[in-house]
Design a protein around this ligand. Sequence first.
Ligand SMILES: NC(=O)c1ccc[n+]([C@@H]2O[C@H](COP(=O)([O-])OP(=O)(O)OC[C@H]3O[C@@H](n4cnc5c(N)ncnc54)[C@H](O)[C@@H]3O)[C@@H](O)[C@H]2O)c1
Length: 282
Amino acid sequence: MQDLQDRVAVITGGASGIGLALGKALAAEGMQVVLADIEQGALDAAVDALRSTGASVSGYHCDVADGASVEALAASVYAQHGATHLLCNNAGVFTGGLCWEGSEADYRWVLGVNLWGVVNGIRAFVPRMIAGGAEGHVLNVASMAGFTAMPFAGIYHTSKHAVVGLSESLFHDLSLQAPQIGVSLVCPEMIRTAIGRSDRNRPAELSGANDTPQTEARLFVEDTIRQAALEGLDPTVIAARSVSAIRERRFYVLGEGGWMDLARGRMEDITAGRNPVLRAPG
Ligand SMILES: NC(=O)c1ccc[n+]([C@@H]2O[C@H](COP(=O)([O-])OP(=O)(O)OC[C@H]3O[C@@H](n4cnc5c(N)ncnc54)[C@H](O)[C@@H]3O)[C@@H](O)[C@H]2O)c1
C-alpha cells in the first residue's frame, strides 16, 4: 500500500512500546490512527501525546483476547471512519517458566492475547476490509520467538509460532481471494518496551492464588527479559521497518543479528532430521 495519506490504521496494543511507535510513525505518514488498548490510563496519555503533534488519532478501550470486544472495536471504527486500510495486530504479553510449571491461567492469558488477539483482529476486520474493496494491509506482530524455541519461555514461543503459521496462511488466503490486501509478519528481536512488565495488564480472573506460580525458572527468565528489554533496540526501528514493509508489500520483517542465525540453525536441524540444538543469540 503506497499511499498512506488520510487512510485509516488500527493498532492494537497501541498505548505502549512497538504499538505506540507504530502509531507515531503512521500518523507522521498522514494516516488517521486508531489506538486500541486494554490499559486505559496509558491509552489516554498516548492519544493526548499524539494529538498534541497535530495527528488525527482516537483511542478505544479493547481487550483483544475477547472476540466481542474486538468486534465492538471494528464496529466503532467503521461507524466513525467508514473504513480500515491497515490493521496492526500488535498487542502482546510475556510470561516465562518451564512448560509443565506454567498454570492453565498462564497459558490462557498468553495465548488469549498473543494468538486469539490476532485471530479476533482478523475475524472482525478482514471481512469488512474485503467488503470495502479498497487496497489494504494486515500487519501481524509476532517475534523472532516465532522462528526459534528457547527453554523457559515455552508459552510465549507457542503463541508466536502460531502467529507465524496463521500469518503465512492469511497471506496465501488473501493472495488467492482478495489480493488488494497485503500482509506483513513483523518479528522483532529484543526491543526497549514495557513487555517485561506485562503482568500490569493481566486480568484478575487469570491472577488467582495458584495462577502465577513463582518458580525459579519463571523468576529467572522474567528478570532476564526485563533486563534485556532495557538494553533492546528503540521501538522506532520496528516502526520504520514496518512502514517500509507496508509500502513494499513485503511479508517477512525479521529481526537482525544473532536471531537470524538461531532461526537458520533450527531450520537446519529440522531438514537434517537432528534433535533440536540449544543455541543462544549473539
Ligand atoms: N519488546 C520486545 O523485545 C518484543 C520482541 C518481539 C516481539 N514483541 C511483540 O511486540 C508486541 C508489542 O509488545 P511491546 O514489546 O511493545 O510491549 P508493551 O508492553 O510495551 O506493549 C504491549 C501493549 O499491549 C497492550 N495489551 C496487553 N494486553 C492486551 C489486551 N488483552 N488487549 C489489548 N491490549 C493489550 C498493553 O497494554 C501494551 O500497551 C507484542 O506482540 C510482543 O510480543 C516484543
